[in-house]
Design a protein around this ligand. Sequence first.
Ligand code: ADP
Length: 477
Amino acid sequence: MKSWWLQRSVRLRLALWYAAATALVLIAFAWFVYEVIEHRLAAEIDRQLRIDFDLVEAQLSIDNEEHVQWNVRGSHGDEGFARMSAWFEVWSENKELLLRHWPVPEANIKDAPPAPHGSTLKFATVELERGLFVRMMERPGRVQGQSVIIRVFRDETEMRRSLREIVEVSLLGFPLAGALAAIGGYLVATRSLAPLDAMARQAHRITSESLSKRLPNLNPNDELGRLAAVFNETLTRLEASFAELQRFTSDASHELRSPLTALRAVGEVALRDDNDPAMLRETIGSMLEEAQRLTDLVDSLLTLARMDATKADAMRAEVNIAALLEEIRDQFEVLAAEKKQTFGVTSDHNVVVQTDRTLLRLALVNLVHNAIQHSPSSSKVTLAAARRPGGVDISVSDSGHGIAPEYHEKIFEPFFRVDKARSRSGGGGVGLGLAIAKRAIERNGGRIIVESDLDRGSVFRIELASSNQLASSPATT
Ligand code: ADP
């Protein structure tokens, strides 16, 4: 049943729900109406019975032989009384039947009601024969000073017929109303869900080649409109990611091709000419250089790919920042010394951060490498860590040629270099260093900000969020 239900269309399910709800409301309403009418009809019969009682009691007498007599006084008597055709019984106080007056032959009555039990006012419904229900009122009365119990009766057939008709009409009406509600519900649902159909058709047409297409949005204020808007926003993001991926792939291919072309060219020249061993040695040297460039590029690409593939929080642990900075100083001291640069490290003590050490180190290595590379000889490169309210800042400062403000965003894009020619000839990378650093820090829940201007040096600041900071003690430098 459940699977049958789930296989139906939404509009059919809505229509059925609607029909069921309508039927329920109708049944509740009909039941209420039935109860009210039944109550009112019963009350009316009881009222009539009280009138009947008074009329009967007034027209009873006792004859000379001590028999109770009923004297109909004139045909102009009460109309209700005439209609009921005087249906009553008179009982003595010691439960003896004194007079019975029924409009039907007594032989027809199969189940005459038993003698009265007590002598109080009592109403009851009795079935005299199959299907013949009468309402009975029993009450003590007086006939010429003698105490008796009088019972008056009224036929309930009319009342019961009216009630049965209500039930019959309802039983006929419910399926009809339910069917009409279902049809109406189906039409309304079809109309309301039409935009969803249009959206589904359009979504079907969207492929990776046509990500610029958007879903139709007829009314941005309703639920379907909001769904279309959210879907369209997702498409916009997807389109941007796709474009970035395509750019990345074509840049990567281009970067891979350059060293490969150089390798081939150098190899072909070496093969063509009669080279002496010294020339061959030089050729192999430059081929190895290109091979190293290729290896570096592939390593960087792998680093980026691995970063995207691993879970962000997987490797977080407590990291002592001062110790990490010392480690990086040890790694770059020689390189800085080669360029006659001073490499300074300052850090607050006991700055411990909950972070992925490998990723943070990777980012810092790239930043320090850039700082040394883009600064002139005899300048100073500084690596500093400081606490701030709500987090820790780690900055890499140099006094190099700086970066124009219009490139501050772009330098973090993969393969972007401010001066491609200079970067390559000057031993620079392929433009992946900052992209790797940015992604590494973002995966640590932080961010990188650059403050720089042309010929004013640069400061790259890593801001790690406060939730990453575990312990801190008063600042010392
Ligand atoms: P690369 O591998 O070329 O160093 P990066 O992604 O690390 O690539 O850097 C991108 C570009 O940003 C570099 O080509 C360079 O132009 C610029 N850049 C990065 N760091 C600095 C810096 N400290 N000073 C000046 N320019 C920088």
